[in-house]
Design a protein around this ligand. Structure first.
Ligand code: BG6
Length: 487
């Protein structure tokens, strides 16, 4: 893919964790691959912990290089990548400093991208400062999550940013949308005639979506303790996955067709009645335990976390969608830190056959199930029933596997690389539109409120398990259980 879209990519928060681990490595990968970034494209870092370009490049060499290319760094590509990088030293708190930024980039070519890899409290001041020197024109702005803490604060940021940038200039990142397997989910659903007729309440009994992590809060205790799993993972990643699984076929893959359909799902989520919250939502917090043979501490003893914290590190929910396709089908969502495995997957449980001519063993063997694994290894597994060899008609569950890395050995792209290229090339489909974000907040907010009002502590779970027992109990009430595939 050859591109002639030149760009000036201004990275605010250029020495932050996200720049170090994700953004700069993703830009390097795109550069190294060749042909994805216009030769004339520049990266302009704005950072606190450096005073000039030399110092910044030193920092990039020391901190970013270890995060690029799993298979070793291509030194020639690395050297030419560094040539793309410029540095501007400004104080983000001083609007007048933005004149230096304007002067530094005024002769650089192409579309301007302003990537705000900073704390959300800086989003609005940075946008105002950019506008004060006319930099909001012919430009795009990229906002990282968290975008707000609730509907009100998210609206306040969106209103303020919206006064300066038009919606089509605003790229709200949810990195799950950039993951290859999430793209593949669209391909599976809308590229195959096979699944679509079955993708509805008549044939689907329930759907599970899990994003499980082995990691704890790492160095982000401060942030996480004021956030919790519902805001950190459900409001965005899990509801985005849910909307892609459940949406109607879009008319085309253009940005608004896809986002319109996702929005319809988000708006059709059945509001959770606060009186039912104990039946449809489980919140948990990890205690100490063992993960892959290593002892790990309790959440409440992690650095930055209050010792008496009641923040949840695990959430399980039963969600319903009020439309013709999905009425009555439970969607079970769960996410948590310090769980037994790192896995993200979607399980579609189909109904059993309406009448089993094959006898009791067919019923015992279960029903069809489609498991779409997003990570760590991307696979699609379809469970079917087959006759066991030998005498009699005894059925067993067997599976057909599609392992993507065996079909496509090359060309895998990290989420951030895809998303950054989309920003540079002006493709909005994989970014969250304001109305989607609002609908997601509107749906999660009653849960947050009820948890706050009832003030019950989260249920404890040992690190290295699948979360509190109440999570399995919730599914048992619906005659089902969480399905954990083997890696
Ligand atoms: C981020 C959350 O959005 O997603 C983190 O803030 C979480 O808490 C991360 O660890 C998970 O992303 P991935 O791509 O590693 O599954």
């Amino acid at each position: 893919m050859q591109t002639d879209s030149s760009f000036t990519f201004v990275l605010f928060g250029g020495t932050g964790d996200l720049s170090m681990r994700k953004i700069l490595p993703a830009l390097f990968e795109a550069h190294r691959a060749g042909g994805m970034l216009a030769d004339s494209g520049k990266i302009v870092a704005v950072a606190r912990h450096a005073t000039n370009r030399g110092e910044y490049i030193e920092w990039v060499n020391e901190h970013v290089k270890p995060h690029v290319s799993k298979n070793g760094v291509d030194e020639t590509a690395w050297a030419s990548f560094l040539e793309r990088i410029e540095f501007v030293n400004i104080d983000l708190g001083k609007a007048e400093d933005f004149i230096h930024l304007r002067d530094a980039i005024k002769d650089l070519p192409g579309i301007r991208v302003f990537y705000l890899a900073t704390g959300p409290s800086l989003f609005v001041p940075i946008c105002h400062a950019l506008a004060s020197v006319g930099l909001n024109e012919n430009s795009r702005i990229v906002l990282e999550k968290p975008l707000g803490y609730d509907l009100k604060s998210s609206n306040a940021i969106n209103d303020a940013v919206g006064e300066i940038f038009a919606e089509e200039q605003i790229y709200r990142i949810d990195h799950y949308l950039g993951k290859e397997p999430v793209q593949n989910l669209l391909a599976l659903r809308f590229g195959n005639a096979l699944f679509e007729p079955l993708w509805r309440r008549e044939w689907v009994e329930s759907i599970q979506i899990t994003i499980a992590e082995e990691l704890g809060v790492e160095a982000r205790g401060d942030f996480y303790d004021n956030t919790g799993a519902l805001r950190d993972m459900v409001q965005n990643h899990l509801l985005q996955l849910l909307s892609i699984v459940a949406m109607e076929p879009p008319h085309s893959m253009d940005s608004d067709s896809v986002r319109d359909e996702k929005l319809r799902v988000l708006r059709a989520l059945k509001p959770i009645d606060p009186r039912d919250i104990g039946k449809v939502a489980v919140r948990g917090q990890y205690h100490s335990g063992v993960i892959r043979g290593t002892a790990v501490p309790a959440y409440a003893t992690e650095s930055g976390v209050r010792p008496d914290s009641t923040t949840e590190t695990f959430v399980a929910l039963k969600v319903e969608i009020e439309n013709w396709r999905w009425a009555g089908v439970p969607f079970f969502l769960r996410t948590g830190k310090r769980l037994a495995d790192r896995v993200a997957e979607i399980v579609v449980n189909f109904r059993a056959v309406p009448h089993s001519a094959l006898g009791a063993s067919a019923l015992r063997a279960g029903a069809n199930r489609l498991v779409i694994r997003l990570q760590p290894n991307e696979t699609i597994r379809l469970y079917c029933l087959a006759k066991q060899p030998g005498e009699g008609m005894n059925l067993a569950s067997v599976h057909l596997d599609l392992a993507f890395d065996q079909f496509f050995r090359e060309g895998q792209m990290e989420a951030y690389q895809r998303l950054l290229l989309d920003v540079i090339n002006g493709r909005l489909a994989l970014f969250v539109r304001r109305d989607e974000q609002e609908a997601a907040w509107r749906w999660v907010e009653p849960i947050l409120n009820e948890w706050k009002v009832s003030n019950k502590p989260p249920k404890p779970y040992a690190s290295g398990t699948w979360g509190p027992a109440a999570s399995s109990a919730m599914l048992a009430q619906h005659g089902t259980c969480w399905l954990e595939e083997e890696n």
